[in-house]
Design a protein around this ligand. Structure first.
Ligand SMILES: *Cc1c(COP(=O)(O)O)cnc(C)c1O
Length: 223
């Protein structure tokens, strides 16, 4: 992909965010765009950084560990882990990421806390009955929040979710709405929800982080 192409896509995503925010009567500056760079090489992170992107999402600790030396000089880059994290990889994840968005067990929260590094975290909530999805059940959330709030190295920011995949963005709405209700009930300020195909719906339902890959970088090859 040429430089001009990424610039055009970035402008397009920004204007989608702006229009959705306007429809929802929200200030677009409340919404942070996370560029999802999984599977793409480190050079793509650098290209996006040069265009002004500062937040990046990666799914796999090991993949990011390999890319990291090439982009370690991007001083203002903020890296979010958005893929499932096993507790035996918590220490490594703490080394490479500033925010872990996929905390879904008390055990994982404690492991991250034990890394000794100050981390921002979000709790991943599973709101559909799909077998393969990770995330805490909504009824486990209260306990998980208590544990996370008791971890002095962890700053709990909010909730993250990934609805069942559908071409149709409206299918995501009830999941986004439910996440917002949960965040409100527990007084958590941030909501990470919405991807390339449903970011407008997510913003209408209160997203403060949207995680966008395909709309910025094109289709991914299978890892
Ligand atoms: C890959 C991924 C995204 C980005 O999805 P796109 O449809 O490419 O925008 C967002 N969130 C998570 C958790 C992902 O794994």
């Amino acid at each position: 992909m040429g430089d001009g192409e990424l610039r055009k896509r970035f402008e397009d995503v920004k204007s989608r965010i702006g229009r959705a925010a306007e429809r929802a009567n929200r200030d677009p500056s409340e919404i942070t765009l996370i560029a999802v760079t999984k599977v793409f090489p480190a050079s793509v992170i650098r290209d996006a950084y040069e265009l002004g992107l500062r937040h990046f999402g990666e799914n796999y600790v090991q993949e990011f560990e390999q890319k990291h030396p090439e982009i370690a000089d991007l001083a203002e880059a903020h890296f979010h882990l958005i893929g499932h994290l096993q507790s035996n990889k918590a220490k490594k994840a703490a080394e490479f990421f500033k925010t872990i968005q996929t905390v879904d067990t008390a055990r994982l929260a404690r492991r991250l806390n034990d890394s000794g590094k100050l981390l921002e975290i979000m709790l991943e909530v599973k709101l559909s009955a799909e077998e393969a999805k990770s995330g805490a059940d909504a009824d486990e959330l209260s306990q998980l929040i208590t544990v996370a709030r008791g971890c002095s190295n962890l700053q709990l920011q909010g909730l993250m979710t990934m609805p069942p995949w559908s071409e149709e963005a409206e299918i995501s709405r009830p999941y986004f709405r439910r996440l917002r209700e949960l965040a409100r009930a527990y007084k958590l300020p941030h909501l990470s929800m919405g991807m390339s195909h449903d970011l407008e719906v997510a913003i209408e339902e209160g997203a403060t982080y949207v995680r966008v890959g395909t709309a910025l970088f094109g289709r991914r090859k299978k890892p």
